[in-house]
Design a protein around this ligand. Structure first.
Ligand code: SF4
Length: 385
């Protein structure tokens, strides 16, 4: 199959995510669990024969969520709840929230109170992931989580099951990283929109199926030539971002390419693999504490230092980024608090930044003008450097 055809299939799965999950359930007979945030331990869920799917918004008006969440909660969390209240997730066997920001916790509370879902679980993930106690604490939470899944399904999760779960998820991470290598090229054979769509699909589809498709994609990508100029190499940073129309607009209309990103619907979700250990649950706990953190988790060092900024800067250098678009879902406190420091780190390293605030739907016209002006500024600065 051609690369474009495989990439189109990933886009179809992202768009038709509910149909995909219902179909999966019918074919496999397993449970489908909706997961909020990216700290859900998928390895244990795959070990239990389940399909974890990320809860995403619908980019539609959120009027049904209004009686449950004030408008000053982030649009993404309101949008997720709104989709559930509309019945879009009525096929789910369970829903789980990972201790994340307050906004998502409110969405989860309103979901479990108002949307009938057979099973729900609140997974306690430490916020101070660099505290000396975090990994031991998280291992304890994983023991409880595994027990809860065993009670729910009536099946014991063996060490072989955990090995299988780890292998499925880690293979997926490895293959996606190989795809991302192509984005370093002068003329990447894959756009940023396409690459991020792969990540969205990986949060929604059976990773075993995606792994086979990614292997095929990796065989065909070296031959793929895109009928477009790469233009300005941009990075995009923020929380959740599956705003395909915005990404596509920048890449098709403004002469730029997103060559790398730091999103929980992008690299932050899959970049880090598990280091094998005899104690499988400890290995999983270590991975989730050591992974590139979300700003709501990048805490716990006595000297107050952060690791997130180093990773973003490393990406910017490796992918030869010329400018960065820093996005924030309106009212998202964790990301908003980080933006001044992140901007300083990037600009001190010669990477100009531009800030955009996202809502449930993005005003494409005004955003186009603003990003176009930023790109012109980058080009002008390079011309006179
Ligand atoms: S966008 Fe920000 S406030 Fe909203 S769910 Fe994500 S981290 Fe929380």
């Amino acid at each position: 199959m051609e690369a474009s055809e495989i990439l189109k299939q990933f886009n179809d799965i992202w768009q038709l995510r509910h149909e995909y999950a219902k179909d999966w359930k019918q074919k496999n007979g397993g449970k489908v669990v909706g997961c909020m945030c990216t700290y859900y331990p998928e390895e244990v869920m795959y070990a239990a024969g389940m399909l974890p799917v990320r809860i995403l918004g619908g980019h539609e008006a959120t009027s049904q969520a209004a009686p449950h969440m004030f408008d000053m909660w982030c649009p993404f969390s309101r949008d997720c709840l709104n989709q559930a209240l509309k019945g879009k997730y009525d096929y789910l066997d369970g829903v789980m929230e990972v201790n994340t920001c307050l906004h998502m916790r409110v969405a989860y509370g309103a979901w479990t109170a108002n949307v009938p879902t057979p099973w729900s679980y609140y997974f306690v993930m430490p916020n101070a992931v660099r505290s000396p106690h975090a990994k031991t604490f998280l291992r304890g939470e994983l023991v409880e989580f595994k027990k809860a899944l065993e009670e729910w399904t009536g099946k014991t999760i063996s060490e072989e099951d955990l090995d299988r779960g780890i292998d499925i998820v880690d293979t997926n991470r490895r293959l996606m990283k190989q795809v991302y290598e192509f984005r370093k090229e002068d003329n990447p054979p894959i756009t940023g929109t396409e690459a991020m769509t792969i990540v969205w699909a990986s949060q929604l589809m059976d990773k075993r199926e995606q792994n086979e498709m990614l292997k095929q994609l990796l065989e065909t990508l070296p031959e793929r030539k895109l009928d477009r100029e790469t233009g300005v190499r941009l990075m995009i940073v923020g929380s959740e971002d599956d705003d395909r129309e915005f990404l596509n607009m920048v890449e098709t209309e403004l002469g730029a390419t997103f060559v790398i990103e730091d999103h929980c619907t992008g690299t932050r979700y899959f970049w880090d693999e598990i280091t094998p250990q005899k104690d499988r649950l400890q290995a999983i706990a270590d991975r989730y504490c050591d992974r590139t953190p979300c700003p709501s988790k990048d805490w716990g060092m006595e000297d107050g230092s952060r690791v997130r900024f180093d990773k973003i800067l490393e990406f910017a250098k490796e992918y030869r980024v010329q400018g960065a678009i820093l996005t924030q879902q309106k009212f998202c406190d964790p990301h908003e608090l980080d933006i001044p420091s992140l901007r300083r780190v990037l600009e001190n390293n010669g990477i100009p930044c531009y800030f955009l605030e996202f809502e449930v739907t993005v005003p494409l016209g005004p955003f186009k003008i603003r990003v176009e002006a930023f790109i012109e500024q980058l080009l002008a600065e390079e011309l006179f450097a």
